[in-house]
Design a protein around this ligand. Structure first.
Ligand code: OAD
Ligand code: ZN
Length: 279
């Protein structure tokens, strides 16, 4: 038997049947692995298995605010590798763009800091960067913004002990990425509250490329009203789809890229998709 596309066909059927139906995407690192960016927790290839060279006390320390204050070096080393500009969006990113172009997108909640949603042409109003991104920076003491160009130069130079420091208070500069020990941006909570009120009618929620292991983001699928169909496109069944499965859940266990292609076919959007991929 070939791959099981039944969940993807179901997604297509719901969307085809109800032209008013819009999609909320909840995504994580697995939508960017096809772009050459490692995810965090896949054993072997995930980032947290490959940080030995940074000599961290524990892997997540690289994104820990208390650790960063004491030793920003490991984060600088990693930031140099991950700095946006070196990567192209994936088919799943372009699928989300296509939903925008077709007027069928409600929102994209992303845990990713790679800004590939923006690179794929998604507009600001549709993107919630739940864990922030490299798009802005600030002083960790007084919040003052630092020149993005100068910051990039410091990161790419990666000179030990030459870290970007605030021009007012000498505090360390850090991209506006949400570290462990920091709060998520209020726009994340506010937008989700508003979207939740709309979700119960004419919406589906598609979760893709996330292990659903970091809260509060991991709780979002749990909060989706029972009447709203949920889908998971992921290499593994994760989070609430595993611990509290619903009869109506649509689960495709496989590559997000492959899922994107099949969904495009089910919707008959191949031509527009090709145009986006070729641009
Ligand atoms: P994880 O690495 O925890 O999970 C990635 C998930 O994507 C796993 O379940 C993989 O099996 C799956 N996956 C990988 N490649 C895939 C592919 N091509 N197609 C489909 N699925 C694929 O990453 P996140 O869940 O995003 O925080 O991690 C959440 C947060 O933990 C991140 O935002 C990061 C990290 O600490 C910050 O950077 C602040
Ligand atoms: Zn400052």
């Amino acid at each position: 038997a070939g791959p099981d596309y039944s969940a993807l066909k179901q997604i297509g059927a719901i969307l085809n049947k109800n032209p008013k139906c819009k999609v909320v995407f909840l995504v994580g690192a697995g939508v960017s692995t096809a772009c050459g960016i490692p995810d965090f927790r896949t054993p072997g290839t995930g980032l947290y298995d490959n940080l030995e060279k940074l000599n961290l006390p524990f892997a997540e320390a690289v994104f820990d605010i208390e650790y960063f204050e004491k030793n920003p070096q490991p984060f600088y080393a990693l930031a140099k590798e991950l700095y946006p500009g070196n990567f192209q969006p994936s088919k799943l990113h372009y699928l989300m763009r296509l939903f925008q172009d077709k007027g069928r997108l409600r929102r994209v909640y992303t845990q990713n800091i790679d800004t590939l949603e923006r690179a794929a042409g998604l507009r600001d109003e549709f993107i919630i960067e739940a864990h922030g991104s490299f798009h802005a920076n600030h002083c960790i003491k007084c919040d003052k913004q630092y020149s993005m160009d100068k910051f990039k130069t410091k990161i790419l130079a990666e000179k030990p002990d030459d870290f970007a420091k605030c021009e007012s208070c000498k505090g360390l500069i850090k991209p506006k990425i949400v570290f462990f020990g920091e709060n998520l941006p209020s726009v994340f909570f506010d937008t989700w509250d508003g979207d939740l009120e709309l979700l119960s009618k004419d919406h589906i929620v598609i979760v893709a490329g996330t292990s659903l292991s970091v809260y509060p983001f991991a709780a979002l699928p749990t909060e989706v009203p029972k009447a709203t169909p949920r889908a998971l496109l992921n290499l593994q069944v994760a989070g609430d789809f595993k611990s509290n499965p619903r009869k109506s859940d649509m689960i495709f266990k496989g590559e997000a890229e492959e899922a994107a292609e099949v969904i495009v076919q089910e919707l008959g959007w191949e031509d527009a998709f090709e145009t986006l991929l070729e641009q």
